[in-house]
Design a protein around this ligand. Structure first.
Ligand code: C2E
Ligand code: CA
Ligand code: CA
Length: 727
């Protein structure tokens, strides 16, 4: 679900970035294009303005040229003479009328009087075909009126409409160069020149470099034009031209390039973005891979401790939402260390891989499998009412361990102890579930291994006591609070002390003592048994120097026996104390032999090679196979107190003990009976063939000084049983 959400948000993020890139490119492109558009519009405007000014100038020049020509002709002494004389017509025709032909300066020439009568009317070198006031519109007479009205400068000019089109027209009083007419106002004559615009437009266009200049109707829709007005303020027409739009031309010529550039920019941006995205993806994958690697156990390929925690946390979250439970099986291999010690780490690694493969096969698809320590594993899964499933899985796993593992050419037997805890509806957090399963697993170990336990709260108390004991014991060892006592062992026949068993004591100052039954297992679990064992062994051997007449026995924990350098340590102590090895008996319980026979045999052989004796301790308290006696070459068997208790009252107990000691004797192995408290027991034991007896009857575990005293008494002939009885 969270995955889905993150994917969705990533997709949204990508889309958002893509959209941003798109918008950036579009906006940037828009700005650039609109700027260029602005420039081009401005260029168009400038060009249009220039064309307008030029055209306006051209129109003005057109008119003023006509004006100048007219002035030349009208203010002319000859004209003043002939225009007013009765026989001046020929002169006027040849100098005015005929000059209108093929003239670039004017194409109409009139001579009119003040009453608008045309005395001469020529158009393009020939007499006008229509009367002058039909040829011209009324505007001409306005010009005439204006010229007549002015005394200073009796000339007027402007544009007028004619039957041929629009023309620049000028009206000027015919006069001498100095301005005389010698005529009354009414008698005056006026020279009219007109020059039609229409035929000149093309020439104008060429002269002023305005392409497409043309004359358009006054109501035309041209965009670029200069209006031509008559003196009455009426628009006669328009000199128009198509916009050259140089900006547009430039714009269109560069637009494709600009668009190309923008597209390139967009492409670049998209490429950069894509590369960035790919890089981010790669980084994310790298990160993911390294995170995954950090959560994986390299040897087994399963999750490691961190991975397990993460997975359980997720499961617990899911359990809350789905109202189901998380089950956790915590497994510790029994006997793995021995395999490792005996066959090397390569074999150990192979075993871990085989076990992992087995777990993978046995666990449900949706379960999480982890290797959380050297030989510790965990399986977690999510179920409704998970206990039944956890129980059946635990059962299957235990069955699986019934068969030995084939590692290379070897068959290796290991077991597993399982602790089960659960988080109902996710109410218990990951750390606590793991802690609980771990405690339950220890309970399985303590209860004999190869089994499973569900966590229950009472375990916590045990566990807490153990943890507290551990730290106290560590301190006790460091502060030398441990001591040893010796329990005498007597010969069954003579009741003479022949040996002593060394037993460790922890007397806490100001507090009640802790019994070995309690702290030895703690020491074994925590590794403290190693320094403790060495301390006891050293103390015993030291003490034995003072008691040359008896043997000395020391209890050895399986944990010590596992240590490959244990035999060397024993040898070192024997040497440093100078004790004859045959005087030392090491007592072993059978548990370790069952667990790891091969490794145990090796260890025992090494010890025996030193010359020390090995006794099988607590016979009858557990599996009690006589076979072990022969198999491991024990020098002595110690019958457990539980087998001794009832021998003087129960026939059954007595015959069992008889049979047991007979078997031992048949193997040539001497037997010590422990826990002898009553004389009646001692008698039976003697009858049964036990050659040594040990128990409160002969002496409780005691400080060395006390035993020393007993030994002194013994050497002087006092009976040990008597001594004990009187104590
Ligand atoms: P264990 O090796 O079987 O030692 C004999 C235990 O039986 C001693 O208990 C001793 O006090 C007790 N016992 C002896 N005679 C009698 C008797 O007549 N009646 C009764 N009721 N008990 C008797 P302790 O000293 O409490 O030791 C208990 C166990 O702790 C030992 O059993 C041994 O397994 C372990 N242990 C003691 N000292 C050491 C040690 O230095 N190293 C190791 N590894 N284990 C030790
Ligand atoms: Ca013992
Ligand atoms: Ca014992």
């Amino acid at each position: 679900m969270r995955r889905g959400v993150s994917w969705l948000s990533r997709r949204t993020a990508i889309l958002a970035v893509l959209l941003s890139v798109f918008i950036i490119v579009m906006v940037a492109g828009g700005i650039v294009l609109s700027a260029i558009g602005e420039v081009s519009r401005h260029a168009n405007q400038l060009d249009d303005d220039r064309s307008r000014q030029t055209t306006a100038g051209a129109v003005k020049t057109f008119l003023s040229q006509l004006g100048a020509t007219l002035n030349d002709y009208a203010a002319w002494d000859d004209a003043a003479t002939y225009s007013y004389s009765a026989d001046g017509m020929d002169w006027m025709i040849s100098n005015f009328g005929e000059m209108s032909e093929n003239s670039a300066l004017f194409d109409v020439a009139l001579v009119v009087d003040t009453r608008r009568n045309a005395i001469l009317a020529y158009h393009e070198g020939a007499p006008m075909k229509v009367p002058a006031d039909q040829f011209f519109d009324a505007a001409l007479w306005r010009l005439l009126d204006a010229a007549m009205a002015s005394t200073e400068n009796p000339e007027a000019r402007g544009f007028v409409r004619t039957t041929r089109g629009i023309a620049a027209a000028g009206v000027a009083l015919i006069r001498t160069k100095t301005g005389e007419t010698n005529r009354s106002d009414d008698d005056r004559r006026y020279l009219v020149f007109a020059r039609h615009l229409d035929p000149q437009v093309e020439t104008l266009g060429q002269t002023y470099v305005i392409k497409g200049l043309h004359l358009a109707a006054p109501d035309g829709v041209e965009q670029n034009y200069v209006a031509v007005w008559d003196p009455a303020g009426q628009v006669l027409g328009k000199l128009a031209w198509p916009s050259r739009a140089p900006g547009d031309i430039s714009y269109s010529s560069i637009r494709s390039k600009v668009i190309g550039a923008i597209a390139l920019f967009g492409f670049l941006l998209a490429t950069v973005f894509a590369i960035g995205l790919m890089e981010m993806r790669r980084l994310r994958l790298d990160e993911e891979a390294s995170r995954q690697l950090a959560l994986t156990d390299r040897l087994s390929g399963l999750l490691n401790r961190a991975g397990l925690f993460k997975a359980i946390e997720t499961m617990i979250e899911d359990a809350r939402s789905s109202k189901s439970d998380v089950a956790l099986l915590y497994l510790d291999l029994d006997g793995f260390k021995e395999v490792n010690d005996a066959y090397g780490h390569g074999c150990g690694d192979d075993l871990i891989r085989s076990v992992s493969a087995g777990f993978r096969f046995l666990t449900p698809e949706d379960a999480v499998l982890a290797r959380v320590g050297g030989d510790e594993f965990a399986i977690a899964f999510l179920r409704k009412n998970c206990d039944t499933a956890a129980q059946s899985l635990a059962g299957m796993i235990l069955n699986f361990f019934d068969e030995p593992f084939q590692i290379g050419e070897r068959l290796v037997t290991v077991g597993t102890s399982i602790g089960i805890a659960s988080s109902q509806i996710g109410t218990i957090n990951a750390e606590e579930v793991v802690r609980r399963a771990d405690i339950a697993m220890y309970k399985s170990k303590d209860s004999g291994r190869g089994r499973y336990f569900f966590y229950d709260t009472s375990m916590d108390n045990d566990r807490e006591t153990i943890l507290a004991l551990e730290s106290q014991l560590r301190k006790a060892i460091a502060e030398k609070q441990l001591s040893v006592v010796y329990q005498p062992v007597v010969a069954a026949s003579s009741l003479e002390i022949t040996g002593a068993e060394t037993l460790v004591r922890w007397n806490r100052p100001g507090r009640s003592p802790v019994y070995p039954d309690v702290f030895i297992p703690v020491a074994e679990k925590t590794g403290l048994i190693e320094p403790l064992g060495i301390f006891v062994l050293k103390s015993a051997c030291d003490q034995a120097r003072e008691w040359p007449e008896i043997g000395i026995a020391v209890n050895i924990s399986p944990v010590q026996l596992r240590n490959p350098s244990f035999a060397a340590q024993v040898a070192e102590i024997l040497q440093s104390t100078g004790i004859e090895p045959a005087r030392l008996t090491l007592e072993l319980t059978e548990g370790y032999l069952i667990q790891n026979p091969q490794r145990a045999r090796q260890s025992i052989e090494r010890l025996k090679a030193l010359g020390v004796k090995i006794a099988l301790d607590d016979f009858g308290s557990g599996f009690s196979s006589i076979g072990y006696l022969r198999q491991f070459g024990f020098d002595r068997m110690k019958i457990d107190r539980s087998m001794v208790t009832d021998i003087d009252v129960s026939e059954n107990a007595r015959s069992l003990l008889e049979a047991t000691s007979a078997l031992a004797r048949s193997l040539g192995i001497p037997v010590t009976a422990e826990g002898v408290e009553r004389e009646s027991q001692a008698h039976v034991l003697l009858d049964c063939g036990c050659d040594e007896l040990q128990g409160y009857l002969f002496g409780k575990p005691m400080p060395a000084a006390e035993l020393s005293a007993l030994l002194v008494e013994q050497s002087t002939g006092a009976c040990i049983v008597q001594a004990r009885k009187t104590a």
